[in-house]
Write a protein that binds this ligand. Sequence first.
Ligand SMILES: C[S@@+](CC[C@H](N)C(=O)[O-])C[C@H]1O[C@@H](n2cnc3c(N)ncnc32)[C@H](O)[C@@H]1O
Length: 342
Amino acid sequence: MEYLLPYCSSQRQLSCIRNELLSLWKENRIFFESVFVTGNAKKLKGEKIKYLLESGLLQIESNKYFFSPYRIIKYEKLFLITDRFDNPSKNRVFPLSKDESLYLACKLKVQHGINVLDFGTGCGIFALVSLQMGAKLVVAVEVNLRAIYFAKLNAQLNSLAGGLEIIFPHELEEYPANKFDLICTDPPVVPCPPNSGLFVHSDGGPYGTVHLENIIEKVPKLLKSNGYFQLVTLALGTDKSNLLEDLLRIYLSRIQFSYNIYNRYSRPLINLTILYDYFKSSSNYISWQQELNDKKFKCLHYFYCEAKRDGCGFIGRQSIKIQKSKNSGTWEKRLRRLFFAF
Ligand SMILES: C[S@@+](CC[C@H](N)C(=O)[O-])C[C@H]1O[C@@H](n2cnc3c(N)ncnc32)[C@H](O)[C@@H]1O
């Protein structure tokens, strides 16, 4: 595995990197946004970038033009390093997106002293936001070694490594019942044919539900009474039903649970035809498409779900129709970016 910063174990050097990022963000926002967020090369003169250069977070293209091989987002007080959208590696670290990661990050139900489970932590955003908001313990589950490395690095970069446990999925079995006050996730949920080569951060199996089911199934055991389960996701479905709500009904109706589902968009943003197009060259494409057709899936729905284990013995569903928002269309654009590597 390529290691990003050879000396990332040195807290002193990481705090120098953080200081340089902060001063670039404060004093040259245009440079910061275009190099670290958008991914362009830009001229720079005078600013302190010694440690950014040494670490490889910033590199010289030509004649005072600099670029970054990574994406760096400033969220609240955090700097979060991820891979760039144009990185074609299957194991790339999920580049934080506004309509998923940041959407959920600002809604996390964190109170001082709680235990949080972040399933599929990626660069660690939900874990680090939770710690910053006062969580006592955050268990971050991740399967991708590269993402684990980035999450650790981001924790150190933001001086939030205390209270963070990063574990592989199978290690979750070792945690006792009723351990967590909050379980949050943005799991890989793009439906795709077997061996499609899709990024690990998005491959949700043929129906998109492999990881979704894996975590929803664990909620009844791991979540404390009055705890929250929050997720952003998409799900295949018809006009009237969808796989997310089917899973919530199967697993959460066993316990006392209530949930609100906010349909984030007034209509499904992309239909299956668009999704199918991306996988046409995949070897298992025809049988996969046939399977989905047989199930009569016509739509993809995109959800933000907030569920509370509250003991009131009530399962409800609330759909709030949000007007076509300025985010509308983002999914299609994102999927185009997502499959750019094919
Ligand atoms: C859509 S990304 C979200 C990352 C991060 N939470 C965010 O919002 O930026 C899903 C993450 O789940 C991870 N993942 C994939 N399979 C997993 C598994 N079996 N168990 C835990 N995490 C997994 C991926 O590597 C990826 O980092």
